[in-house]
Design a protein around this ligand. Structure first.
Ligand code: NAG
Ligand code: NAG
Ligand code: NAG
Ligand code: NAG
Ligand code: NAG
Ligand code: NAG
Length: 827
């Protein structure tokens, strides 16, 4: 006995990956039905199923009539648990007292056998739990384990077995009822994927879920002993549509579970330590294909929860893997970037819940494939685990549409109530604030210092300080529907990570761009909030202004001033590009630099944009540029810090390599990204083009090779040929080169960049010959000009007076610097 225990202990210690953690359910009922002995399910399952009867009589069922036959000829492989059963000749139930409002697992074991005149495989019955019909007219000839997960709203859980007719009967061999780990099913955050795109799915926990598949992709079968919540996971091979497309990936190191990602209770280590990845062995490196699984679910058009598990065990470092995910051939994720979703820790488990309807073949199809932005050599896609659960509507909700209508009515009246409260609140507030009523359209750039208050370490979280300020920007959803003709597809002008952008006209004829959040993106909310807090505070001629926002009915909508000519990128390359002149391009760059410079210096701590790219620089009808999309931005370091530590966010190809390496954010990261934009403007090609030869894929690297050889003119946009003056190009090239320097300390400030771009503009405009080039241009590496610091522009004060900065030295307004420069060159 003792040796046996010892052996078990040492086995456990030898295989640290296979032992279950300490999850102990609050409610935990394990019933060996129709038996008067305690037993375990399988030898390695340490849990004991208790007898439901004693020699005195049965404890269960709580009501109804039953008998407890024994299997006379049990097969040697059959678990003892399955050698007894409780047979119900009338409707009978088991009743358990449970914690209210908590998600519970219910597992029913059915293993039909012949005994005492009963052939359990002829049983036919229904099973209801707290009035929810789980099984209807059920009968089985084979062993079946049914698992349900749902929230129990009362403090009792009653499982009712009801024979379909008088001559029939029901049975069960074992029952498990236990409380699920906390947050096992979250109400928010599931994404409904359908032909209509992706929408938020709410109230998930009000559904009864029936487990249909639980798959350890790329791995082996896992039994209750291997799992924290005693689940069984099976391998995926049989579900692969094309086996040769997939290749197993296995790691020996345990995954890095993190708070905010998946927990051990969501799925055990073994699930995340194996995966399928693209099999590139017998495919040419460049070919792109998907791995596809078909999971039969037995019914057509039925709603299912699909929980996908991911853990990047295939990359050697962060940000190497970008892939797409499809459900029933609808896009569920594009450019899926596990690195950024797992807080920049490699091999960190995470999961996403999707809701889909089963397809015409009665299956759920899952595909993963390379994304368009995955680098040429790193084309890959992975999947670690899949769980598919059928959503059973709460009972009595057959009248779906009717219930929905009631809900909408209730919802809008609640909404109305909230709005009313808000109005009362705002009115009270504005009275308190000496009747200083904020104007709805143009908000004065109020207290910069407040940004510092909330900017600490809680990216995207709003403090009371800011809440009141942007409340006045609220626009009713109805007005937005009206403005966009109810989000008419013909008014769609773009879509991106955050959602879809529509053109619209407000009641007062203001043209606006309406950005509607992609419902369901858990990432969306903080970004939405950041954008409002940042933009409601800053106004600048070169920053796109926020006109308002809407947060009703689970919508996240931002309304901006309309930028007639759209993103800069569309004017540089691709279909319908407008071949801007060099002068136009310089003006655009100068404008954008001015906007970013204002961001960096306009407040005590400054704001770092974090996502500078050519799609975030927009042009108005006169091709004046404005910087947009502040979703990722955050305030800069406080005075005593030199950087902000943060998870790397931003766009591929524009990311500062130093920020990448050290995860420390400074305003020099924006300078790097802006340098890439400068090169894009000059060369008219994307920052990353995976279709090009390896050395050309990354624009910054490629252009710098030419710049270092002094041959930048060889790769400029052919449409600029003959337009650029040599010294203007030289200045521009040097500026871009400094911006994309490897180390932040070697990069100029945005003020210097602005100064240099203006200089490049002046060189282009002046009729000076190269021989009359300004002296300071002769030395490439020495600091340029006396380099005066350019003061932030105050939009409310455009006068050209000298301003006194905090340290007593006087700063010069950049318009003045500009005019000085002009006078110098003019002579
Ligand atoms: C799962 O548990 C069994 C014992 O029941 C053990 O033999 C097996 O190695 C475990 N599998 C894994 C992958 O840990
Ligand atoms: C079964 O286990 C329960 C609880 O551990 C115990 O009270 C009971 O006596 C056991 N019954 C038998 C028959 O061993
Ligand atoms: C939880 O139960 C209480 C009553 O005990 C109820 O008032 C409350 O609304 C329930 N919460 C949820 C989320 O269902
Ligand atoms: C969620 O479901 C519960 C119970 O079914 C219901 O009372 C509640 O109104 C629902 N909430 C939403 C937001 O649908
Ligand atoms: C890839 O190789 C496997 C064997 O390793 C083979 O069965 C399969 O047909 C090959 N696929 C292609 C597309 O050549
Ligand atoms: C992957 O599957 C999706 C959905 O069926 C399809 O749209 C996409 O083109 C496929 N990708 C590749 C590379 O085959």
């Amino acid at each position: 006995m003792e040796t046996k225990t010892l052996l078990l202990l040492s086995l456990t210690m030898l295989s640290p990956v296979s032992f279950s953690t300490s999850f102990t359910p609050t409610d935990n009922y394990l019933i060996n039905c129709g038996s008067n002995t305690n037993t375990s399910f399988i030898p390695t399952d340490s849990r004991i199923f208790g007898a439901d009867s004693t020699s005195q009589g049965s404890i269960f069922p709580s009501k109804g009539q039953s008998i407890s036959p024994k299997n006379q000829n049990p097969s040697p492989n059959s678990p003892t648990l399955y050698n007894t059963a409780r047979v119900f000749t009338t409707a009978s139930s088991y009743k358990f007292s449970v914690e209210r409002n908590r998600t519970h697992f219910v597992r029913l074991h059915f293993s039909p056998f012949k005994a005492q005149g009963f052939d359990l495989s002829t049983a036919k019955f229904s099973v209801l739990v707290n009035g929810n019909l789980l099984l209807s007219d059920f009968s089985t000839k084979v062993v079946v384990l049914k698992e349900y997960v749902f929230r129990v709203d009362s403090n009792a859980l009653e499982i009712l077995f009801s024979p379909v007719c008088k001559s029939s009967f029901g049975f069960v061999n074992a029952i498990e009822v236990f409380s699920a780990p906390k947050d096992f099913i979250l109400d928010e955050g599931a994404k409904l994927v359908s032909a209509n795109g992706i929408e938020v799915y709410k109230n998930l926990s009000s559904h009864v879920l029936e487990t249909i598949h639980r798959i350890n992709v790329g791995g082996s079968k896992l039994v209750p002993f291997n799992d924290t919540v005693w689940r069984t996971w099976i391998p995926d091979e049989d579900f692969l549509v094309l086996k040769s497309a997939a290749k197993r990936a296995v790691t020996a190191s345990a995954p890095n579970y993190q708070i905010g990602g998946a927990s051990r209770e969501i799925a055990p280590e073994n699930v995340y330590m194996t995966a399928q990845q693209l099999n590139k062995d017998n495919n040419s490196i460049q070919s792109r294909f998907n791995i596809t699984w078909d999971f039969p679910v037995g019914s057509v058009g039925v709603r299912h929860l699909v929980r996908l598990h991911f853990c990047d065990i295939v990359s050697a470092s962060l940000n190497q893997l970008y892939f797409d995910v499809y459900l029933n051939e609808y896009s569920a994720e594009s450019d899926f970037d596990l690195s950024s979703l797992t807080f920049h820790v490699l091999s960190s488990p995470m999961y996403v819940d999707y809701i889909v309807d089963s397809n015409d073949l009665g299956a759920v199809r899952v595909s993963v494939g390379p994304s368009a932005i995955s680098g040429l050599l790193r084309v890959n896609a992975i999947l670690n685990g899949v769980e598919i659960m059928k959503m059973i509507n709460p009972s009595g909700s057959q009248s779906g549409p009717k219930k929905r209508a009631v809900w909408i009515a209730v919802g809008s009246s609640i909404g109305g109530f909230v709005v009313l409260c808000l109005i009362v609140f705002v009115v009270t507030l504005s009275c308190k604030c000496k009747k200083k009523k904020p104007k709805p359209r143009r908000l004065e750039s109020a207290g910069w210092a407040t940004l510092c208050v909330y900017g600490g370490s809680t990216h995207g979280r709003m403090s009371e300080v800011t809440v009141n300020e942007y409340r006045s920007l609220k626009i009713p959803f109805a007005d937005i529907q009206l403005a966009t003709n109810n989000f008419d597809n013909s008014l769609k002008i773009g879509s991106g990570g955050f959602g879809t952008v529509f053109k619209g006209v407000l009641k007062d004829n203001t043209k606006v761009a309406v950005k509607r959040g992609a419902p369901g993106s858990r990432q969306g909310l903080p970004e939405f909030q950041t954008e409002i807090t940042v933009l409601s505070k800053i106004r600048h001629h070169h920053l796109v202004s926020l006109i308002g926002y809407c947060e009703e009915q689970s919508e996240m909508i931002l309304v901006y001033e309309y930028m007639e000519k759209g993103p800069l990128k569309e004017h540089l390359y691709g279909p319908g590009c407008s071949h801007l002149s060099w002068k136009q391009r310089l003006e655009i760059c100068v404008g954008a630099a001015r906007g970013i410079h204002y961001l960096h210096t306009g407040s005590a701590r400054g704001i770092i944009h974090r996502d500078i790219k050519s799609t975030n620089i927009l042009l108005d009808e006169n091709y004046a540029s404005k910087v947009a999309d502040f979703g990722l931005s955050r305030s800069g370091p406080c005075l005593d810090e030199t950087h902000v530590s943060t998870g790397v966010k931003g766009s591929f190809g524009y990311l500062d390599p130093e920020y990448f390496r050290r995860q420390q954010l400074t305003d020099k990261s924006d300078v790097y990204s802006f340098g890439v934009v400068l090169l894009e403007v000059l060369c008219a090609r994307p920052a990353v083009d995976p279709l090009l030869a390896t050395e050309q894929v990354n624009l910054a690297e490629w252009a710098m090779q030419w710049q270092k050889r002094g041959m930048l003119d060889q790769i400029i946009d052919p449409h600029l040929a003959g337009q650029i003056k040599q010294n203007s190009l030289k200045k521009f090239g040097e500026t871009a080169e400094k911006c994309v320097a490897d180390y932040g300390v070697d990069r100029p400030s945005m003020g210097d960049v602005l100064w240099n771009l203006e200089h490049a503009f002046q060189l282009q405009e002046s009729d000076s010959e190269p021989s009359r080039e300004p002296r300071e241009d002769s030395n490439v590496n020495a600091p340029e000009l006396p380099s005066p610091r350019i003061a932030p522009q105050d939009p409310s004060n455009d006068s050209e007076t000298e301003t006194d900065s905090g340290d007593g030295t006087s700063e010069i307004k950049n318009s003045q610097v500009f005019s000085q420069l002009m006078t110098n060159d003019g002579r």
